[in-house]
Design a protein around this ligand. Structure first.
Ligand SMILES: NC(=O)c1ccc[n+]([C@@H]2O[C@H](COP(=O)([O-])OP(=O)(O)OC[C@H]3O[C@@H](n4cnc5c(N)ncnc54)[C@H](OP(=O)(O)O)[C@@H]3O)[C@@H](O)[C@H]2O)c1
Length: 327
């Protein structure tokens, strides 16, 4: 038996509880993992509440991330005892996920936990931190260097935003953090933000072309904010768009693209090819200060996963929440 968060679709919505399940109910896969930690991402909030229907099969054990130790494996790449992690793929939406003491998964989804990180730290980073790294790599590939000028991070006090700030600052960028929680300015400054602005300055419809301000941006909120960022990105600058916390619309014009030659880089972490994932985790191991990750992380027990998943959709969770599934 193992404990897990369990989601069922009912006539009145989604029912979520924590329960004991027999191991033979785990889905198919060539590797059995003793999960140590999972985490709560925005997508887990969507899975638990059904606010946007991300779960594709029922019942579901949510959790798009996990880290733990291989218990059994018929996959030649992973031996029992190996420390492994998964971000995304079908986990927690189409295949039982990480908010459980055990998971049976496809070995091709597993990434070795980098030696510099514990399994707890790997989940403090989680999909949020790995996505932040994909965004930073995308800006670098577009030639956005620290000397090019200020780089904006939206949703700054959230998971992706807070780790993006820590990464960019460590790499020498001058980071402007945009947040709806100005009382979090000291926290964002400690992470490495040189400037903190109120997200209200970006969230309402603005000019199709504004003052050239940002050399680059990591946007986690989408909608009018993303349109305004594009309108104020400098000539040949780049914007990495990964999120929709404000909305999934994009009310922009072509002008920033055809007059300022800006680039909008779409970021998907879920189905990113294996080589892209391992590059991101190698860069996280090199470029992320572990102390900064510890400072943005709180650890909670499995029973807290459901209320925290609901809270993340209200934008009230600061940084990262790791779930100790054995607690
Ligand atoms: N593309 C991918 O593969 C991928 C991977 C991971 C996450 N994501 C997406 O990235 C976004 C952030 O994920 P996360 O895990 O970091 O979530 P999170 O921890 O909840 O952070 C989201 C942040 O967005 C800001 N926000 C919330 N509501 C807003 C609104 N109405 N208008 C403007 N800003 C708002 C808040 O930051 P402030 O309080 O600082 O303003 C909030 O903390 C989500 O949309 C998620 O779905 C995408």
């Amino acid at each position: 038996m193992f404990r897990a968060v369990y989601l069922q679709k009912t006539d009145s919505g989604i029912a979520a509880d924590v329960r004991e399940l027999p191991e033979d109910r785990l889905p198919g896969g060539d590797v059995l993992v003793a999960v140590e930690y999972s985490t709560i991402n925005y997508k887990d909030g969507l899975a638990v509440t059904g606010q946007i229907p991300v779960v594709r099969s029922w019942p579901m054990v949510p959790g798009i991330d996990l880290a733990g130790t291989v218990l059994e494996s018929v996959n030649p790449r992973f031996k029992p005892g190996a420390k492994v992690l998964i971000n995304g793929y079908a986990l927690g939406v189409d295949h039982w996920g990480g908010l459980a003491q055990k998971a049976r998964v496809k070995g091709e989804w597993l990434v070795p936990v980098p030696k510099v990180f514990s399994t707890l730290q790997a989940m403090a980073i989680g999909t949020a931190g790995y996505t932040a790294m994909l965004c930073v790599i995308a800006l670098e590939k577009q030639g956005v260097r620290p000397s090019a000028g200020p780089v904006l991070v939206t949703g700054a006090a959230g998971g992706v935003g807070s780790i993006a700030i820590a990464l960019l600052a460590r790499l020498g960028y001058q980071v402007t953090a945009s947040t709806g929680r100005m009382d979090e300015a000291p926290f964002l400054t400690r992470l490495g933000a040189a400037e903190v602005i109120d997200r209200a300055t970006l969230s309402s419809p603005g000019e199709v072309l504004g003052k050239e301000t940002w050399a680059g941006a990591v946007d986690t909120v989408g909608s009018t904010t993303l349109a305004n960022i594009c309108a104020s990105t400098r000539y040949r600058g780049a914007v990495a768009a990964c999120g929709l916390a404000q909305g999934l619309d994009f009310p922009s014009s072509v002008l920033p693209f055809i007059l300022r030659n800006i680039t909008l880089c779409g970021i998907d972490s879920v189905m990113a090819p294996y080589a892209v994932r391992t590059e991101a985790w190698e860069r996280l191991a090199r470029d992320l200060e572990v102390g900064k990750v510890d400072a943005v992380t709180q650890v909670r027990g499995l029973a807290d996963a459901i209320p925290v998943a609901r809270a993340i959709l209200t934008g009230s969770v600061r940084g990262r929440v790791v779930i100790d599934v054995n607690n």
